[in-house]
Every structure is written in structure tokens, then in C-alpha cells.
Design a protein around this ligand. Sequence first.
Ligand code: SF4
Length: 453
Amino acid sequence: MSLFDLVLIKKYDRSGPRYTSYPTANNFSTFTQADYQNQVTLSNDRQGPISLYCHIPFCNTVCFYCGCNKVVTKDKTKAEPYLEALFKEIDKQGELFDSKRQVEQMHFGGGTPTFLSNEQITRLSEKLQSAFNFSKTGEYSIEIDPRGVDENTIKALAKARFNRISLGVQDFNAAVQKAVNRIQSFEQTKSVIDLARENGFKSVSIDLIYGLPKQSVETFKTTLDQVSELRPDRISLFNYAHLPELFKPQRRIDVFELPSADEKLAIFKYSMDFLLKQGYVYIGMDHFALPEDPLAIAQQQGHLYRNFQGYSTHADCDIVGLGLSSIGQVGDSFSQNEKNLEQYYQRIEAGELPVIKGQTINADDKIRRAVIMDLICHFGLDFSKVERAFDISFNEYFADSLIELSEMHADGLLQLDEHSIKVQEKGKLLIRNICMVFDAYLASSKTQFSKTI
Ligand code: SF4
């Protein structure tokens, strides 16, 4: 049976969270350095591995579709003061965590982490390794802009212990690239991927976006053929959300060049069918992976997880967010750093941790998080598992949600009985809508979310 049911997609067409966390980041409020330190103490008591996220906010040029927190500049001297501040933050965070706890995962994101010179990336990696206890077998990934990367960079990254790369591609069509101000040839991208594989990188991940200006099914077919030639281990196929009132660079996109809603859905349907035919497994939301990739294996074995970086195989890690705007997940809390560069510098200069907001999660949040995580990662839910973990009667606790789900059951999105929920093939693409039924914050939220499809 196909994943794609146009009638249902149109019926359930609405906006909603991407559930990289529950509660979602729009619910964060005041969260102090002392709150954070208390949560680290709690997490040290529990022990468990650590995942580090390091944010490098700088980009050489702006991509017009961008919705990230970044600083666009060609001035490379901006990197050094940022690193100085980041090193101070790393020292402070490193002191808080029990040194017996191992770093099993690290990710450099941005912005563009390769805005840093090879020497700066090496120094940053060494700094992190001196402040934290790294596992020898960890998963260490970095986002790369192929336009500024050569063989020396790839070798420097391998030496700095990175073993996974993620590349933004979006679309190889020249007219689309011009319309979004991101000119990046297929040859350039292929050369970086070949170099990474030659230098021992275990995994290559590519990001694509559908719904960009000048895109059509016909143009995107060629892009997908080229992507398939590269055979990345993971592919993210994001839906472009045009929200110019929220993201300034998007104001430079000509709305008349955007594909219609129907064309956009047709691109998505074609892409989905194409990737499945090419042997990729649909992980969920916008993610695909080769069957032998750890994400696909984790999903099959029932221990896939979702966090701020998307789907993850490291469910049990506390995430330490480092750098501008980074989000951490430590103990029973989420926390986010300052988003403004000057304020980030000021907080570091004052000797503080630059935490600005966050949320301590309560008992109800934990139950709902477990439900949403199982649904979004494994497309199913066994009520007895939740009952055992939280000592509740599922049918009583979620009586209202179960009534709400009955329409989805009638529409064939899921199978619902008194013991479980099983998301059906045509419900998989609408998994965000299904999760939203269990979200206690949604009804009072004023946040403008992206479309679920
Ligand atoms: S999409 Fe990525 S590379 Fe482009 S401006 Fe945004 S953060 Fe920078």
C-alpha cells in the first residue's frame, strides 16, 4: 500500500510542531544558570552517556530559503573571538559533568561549521576532547558546505575524529540554485563525498528541499537521479516553508516562482516513490536511510529516538548544547543559549553560562513525551509499555485523546484498539498530526508552525 494518499493529505492539511522535543522549544520560558546546574547534578547522579552539540553560526553567503540562526559574513576574523568565547563555555560545561561519563555522540552544526579554518576546527575538537571524556567508538558528525571544502579540510576533519558528514544540497538544478542564491555544482558535491569516503568517513547524509522556487517534478527528477548516483547513507527531504515574516532572507524569494501546492505535493510524491524504489527505508517525517544504516536498524530494533538534530540512535544521552542559540537536554530539562551574538559574548565575559531559557519537564510531560517518541519513531504504541513505565491506566489518562483518534482510525490512518495504536502506511506521512493529539500545549500555543506535509 502507498504511503501517499492525496485525499487524506488534503483533509489533514494543517500546521504543527516537528517534535524534535516534547515539550517543543516554543514553550521554553525563563531558565537560569542555577536551574541548569541543578539539572546537571541530577544527570550526574543518573550517569549515562553524553552527546555534544556545537553551534558555529557563521555563513559566507545567505541562502534565501534559510530559517536558521546564523551570522552572514565574509569576514573570517569573526571566527576567532567566537572560538575564544566558545572555549570558555566548553571549560565551564566540562567542569560540571562527571568525567566518568563518556561522549558517545558529537555534532557540529550551524550556520556553517566549515566557515572555521582547518586549524580552528582542529583546535575546537581538541578543546572538546580535553574537557570531556570521548568514547573511542562514538558517532562524530559535522555539517559541511561543499563550496568551501577541499581535500585538506576533509583530512583535517578525519584527524579531528569526525566520522560522519552531512551536506546541504537542496537541489542541483541551476535555475533553482540561482533563485535561492546557493550555487553548488554536482561535481563539487561528488568530489567532497568521494574524498570523505576515501578518508574513512562511515556515513554521508544529504539534505534536499522540495517546494523551492523554479522547482517542478521534471526538474527535481534530474536532481534525484544525481543524488542516487551519490548513494548517500541518509537523505533528508525537507518541505520548504515560506514564512517571510519570520525569516528575513525568504523575502528575497519571488513568490510567483514557487511551485503551486499541487505541484509541491507531486514533487514530494515522486521523490518518495523514487527513494523507496532506490532501496531507501522511510524512517519518518522527512528522513530516509539505507537499510544497513544505524537509523534503519535502530528503528527496526525499537530504539530509535528523536532530538533537536532529527532522528538519532542515542536515546539515552544527555545533550550538552554549546555556542550561540544551541539547545541542550540535560536531566529533566531543556535549555537554550542566548541567540544574540553580542549578548552571548557578554554572558561569557561575565563568567556565566549563556543559558537564556528552557523548561523543566514535569510528570505529565514525561508521559506524553514517551507516547509521542514511540509514535514518531516506531509508528506504533503499546499502551501496556506506557502503563508499566508511568503507573497509569492509559485508556483513562488519555480518554480525550483516544476519542480524538477515532476519526483517524475511521480514515485508515491508524488501527486503534484498547491495547495499542498501529500507524498504517497512509498514516505515516501524517505522523505529526497523530502526535499532535497527545500534545497538551498545542491548544494554547500562538506559535506559527510549518505545514505537517
Ligand atoms: S541554509 Fe545553512 S548555509 Fe545557507 S545561510 Fe542558512 S545556515 Fe547558512
